[in-house]
Design a protein around this ligand. Structure first.
Ligand code: 13P
Ligand code: 13P
Ligand code: MG
Ligand code: MG
Length: 369
């Protein structure tokens, strides 16, 4: 059976500041998606929040980029924004950059990761959601899961994965894409995705001829760049991703393993700082310190004819306590730099923040040397 999994998110108002999603917004989203389920527009859904981003996970049979599904998500965000405005939540409607829906969510503000797949005999799927960072934050952990044999034992010992994977990488500045197959193009891939603010992993496919070839992607990441759409800073592009596991794909534990390392990502306070990503339980996806540190949560499901059997809150596990402690320690270390790089982002990346307005005034005061 062909199923499409759509994870669509938007920040339509924070409670308080940029920290969480108010329960009333989630309730409204659930009501509307329950209606859509009764009408059989969607098969199933799960609503949650990650930081200040409202998350709609849906399954259906309408394929990727479906106007019906995108409009449904847009209508949910639009409707819930009315509540956000009543409650005067912070930045109510922040990610709804256009006044009316026009066919597709692309360029409209909300972020989305979608995959149409052939549902296998057993289909474990993990929904990753992040707050206070950007799509490139997925580069390192996804590389490790799908291409690093020191992370993923299956790349070495499982014949169904031994041929590797194909990475679709987007240049989000030039709007171009390239496909690179690992392990052959491993170094080329790293040359690109190490520059995580520009080159981002969009999709990962099983290698041609391997067990899951033709059954859809193994992973997909949302890559919307809000500032390019809005022309000004309107919050970071807090990303989401969907990853499939087992039986020709990495085992669940191989998908989770890279997150034991709290790597540095950009975002955090005012979308302007580097800091560690902290893997947390759903209930702890609540940035506080300096509006952070950036968070990631992972919800596991089994698909059954499109039904979402779950979630299992995968980072709600003492096995990740040390990672969280390490992330807190790194956060402390980074914070001591105050406004200095590399805690604060380099000048080029500050271009889309409020810093240029300060620079404009300063520039007039400069004298020739
Ligand atoms: P089980 O023997 O518990 O099914 O686990 C198999 C496996 O591959 C774990 O990574
Ligand atoms: P969000 O992108 O999550 O809205 O955060 C914006 C911000 O400025 C945090 O300090
Ligand atoms: Mg916000
Ligand atoms: Mg956010």
């Amino acid at each position: 059976m062909k199923v499409t999994v759509s994870l669509i998110k938007a920040d339509i108002g924070g409670w308080p500041g940029h920290s969480t999603v108010h329960p009333a917004l989630k309730e409204r989203a659930k009501e509307l998606l329950e209606k859509a389920k009764k009408k059989e527009t969607i098969i199933d859904y799960y609503v949650t929040g990650c930081g200040d981003d409202l998350q709609l996970l849906m399954t259906h049979t309408k394929g990727e980029d479906s106007e019906v599904i995108h409009k449904l998500a847009w209508d949910v965000f639009y409707d819930a924004t009315k509540i956000a405005k009543e409650l005067k939540l912070y930045g109510a409607g922040q990610d709804l950059l256009k006044d009316a829906f026009s066919g597709n969510l692309k360029g409209m503000g909300p972020g989305f990761a979608e995959m149409e797949i052939e549902e296998r005999k057993s289909e474990p799927i993990i929904a990753f959601m992040m707050d206070k960072t950007e799509p490139g934050a997925f580069n390192l952990p996804l590389f490790r899961t799908f291409a690093d044999p020191f992370n993923t034992a299956g790349l070495v010992i499982d014949p169904s994965m031994h041929n590797g994977f194909v990475f679709e990488v987007w240049d989000i500045m030039k709007h171009k894409k390239v496909e690179l197959k690992t392990p052959e193009k491993l170094y080329d891939l790293l040359a690109l995705i190490g520059a995580k603010s520009r080159y981002v992993i969009k999709r990962i496919y099983p290698a041609p001829g391997s067990k899951n070839d033709g059954k859809g992607p193994a992973a997909v990441v949302s890559t919307e760049k809000l500032y390019q759409i809005a022309g000004e800073y309107v919050g970071k592009d807090d990303p989401v991703a969907l990853v499939r596991a087992q039986s020709g794909f990495p085992a669940l534990g191989e998908v989770l393993e890279p997150w034991a390392f709290p790597h540095l990502v950009s975002g955090w306070m005012r979308g302007s700082h580097n800091g560690p990503i902290m893997p947390v339980a759903e209930r702890n996806a609540k940035p506080t310190r300096f509006d952070g540190p950036p968070r990631v949560m992972a919800l596991g499901f089994q698909l059954a004819e499109g039904k979402l059997i779950g979630p299992v809150d995968l980072f709600d596990d003492p096995a990740f306590d040390e990672t969280r402690r390490k992330a807190a320690e790194i956060a402390e270390y980074m914070r001591r730099h105050g406004p200095f790089e590399p805690h604060r982002l380099p000048m080029e990346e500050m271009e889309y923040t409020t810093l240029p307005d300060v620079m404009k005034k300063l520039r007039r005061k400069f004298k020739k040397l």
